[in-house]
Design a protein around this ligand. Structure first.
Ligand code: HMG
Ligand code: MG
Length: 310
């Protein structure tokens, strides 16, 4: 199997993970979490969203988060921006990288940003060129690439069209979102094959949610095809509190454990990462789904019991 020597793990827990949490997480806890992730070696972090607080109340403190984070050299931090107002707020709060987002399916796009896909692309014209002119890095998400909660199947041609438009606009990378976690490895091979025939691998990243437990298998196929940037969320944080059974992003812990076991470098300290996930679990108030995290915590508890027994 041909695999990359090194993978860039793009941590989205503070944004994609937390945005779905029912309990309002205090800003100070978010900052401690981000700090712990940096300490664990994460170098690409999506820390918040400059979106309407009415739509995503959990991230209403984006300015405080962006102003409050420690920004060591070599750490890149990004935030979602849906429109010019979001960009202006992000820049004022010190962000040097932002991400725009839209869906490959019309209904999900409307539900998410209250616009048609065409109107969203028009809105991006007011975001991407000015952001680039200010010297920011701009990433883009295409959501519902592998399936839509409202429309079901999504045509790869829609993903090809949007990816080409966004790259022409000047975004440095497209992250391909399996928003509801329905992708399977064969489908990933098909969609990526079509995209990679048109764009270099480093222009593409994968962003799998793990609803059906297929995220790692999808990552493996992606890596064999040359993809070297993978989005994930510490502990597998996320999932919609109003959709029982829906899961969050692929857990960073599970991803990193698998990559390291296969000899693929990430620059991440897995023990410290687990501590960051544990911290997140403590402030969201429930266990997180990462399998590696559960196994690790179980091992620690057994060792503690043995020590207590003498
Ligand atoms: P709208 O209601 O159509 O827009 O929302 P509007 O222009 O009429 O504004 C409504 C209100 O929001 C107004 O306030 C605006 O001022 C305010 P009011 O007058 O009612 O008091 N507003 C803003 N406030 C702060 N920051 C802004 C901003 N813009 C407007 N930037 C809008 C349109 C796009 C704003 C809204 O739909 C929105 O914020 N949506 C965000 C949705 C979101 O964040 N979804 C989750 C992220 S996407 C995702 O998770 C998928 C991903 O992970 C990949 C994958 O998994 O596939 C990326
Ligand atoms: Mg997502």
């Amino acid at each position: 199997m041909k695999l990359p020597e090194r993978v860039t793990v793009y941590e989205v827990g503070p944004r994609d993970g937390l945005q779905n949490e029912a309990r309002q997480v205090p800003t100070a806890d978010k900052l401690r979490f981000i700090d712990a992730l940096i300490d664990a070696g994460l170098r690409h972090l999506e820390i918040t969203s400059f979106v309407s607080p009415k739509w995503i109340p959990q991230l209403a403190d984006s300015v405080e988060v962006a102003r409050g984070v420690r920004r060591p050299a070599g750490v890149r931090m990004s935030a979602l921006v849906p429109n010019r107002r979001g960009l202006d707020n992000a820049v004022a709060a010190g962000m040097k990288e932002v991400a725009v987002f839209l869906s490959a399916s019309e209904t999900h796009n409307k539900q998410n940003v209250n616009k048609t896909i065409d109107d969203t692309l028009t809105a991006f014209e007011e975001v991407v060129p000015p952001a680039l002119a200010l010297g920011l890095q701009v990433r883009a998400y295409v959501s519902t690439v592998f399936g839509c909660p409202y429309e079901g199947d999504v045509a790869p041609s829609a993903v090809l069209h949007l990816s080409a438009r966004l790259l022409e606009m000047g975004v440095y990378q497209i992250s391909l979102g399996d928003t509801i976690g329905v992708a399977n490895p064969r489908q990933v091979e098909d969609v990526l094959g079509q995209l990679l025939a048109r764009h270099p691998a480093d222009r593409l990243a994968v962003h799998f949610h793990d609803t059906q437990g297929t995220a790692l298998a999808n990552c493996l196929v992606s890596m064999t095809m040359g993809i070297t940037t993978i989005d994930s969320s510490a502990g597998g944080l996320g999932g919609c509190p109003y959709a029982p059974g829906a899961a969050g992003n692929l857990a960073t812990d599970d991803l990193v454990a698998m990559l390291h076991a296969m000899g693929i470098e990430t620059g991440i300290d897995l023990d410290k990462l687990v501590e960051a996930s544990r911290l997140a679990a403590s402030f969201v108030g429930h266990d997180l789904p990462s399998k590696y995290l559960k196994a690790h915590l179980g091992k620690q508890a057994r060792a503690r019991r043995r020590a207590e027994q003498g």
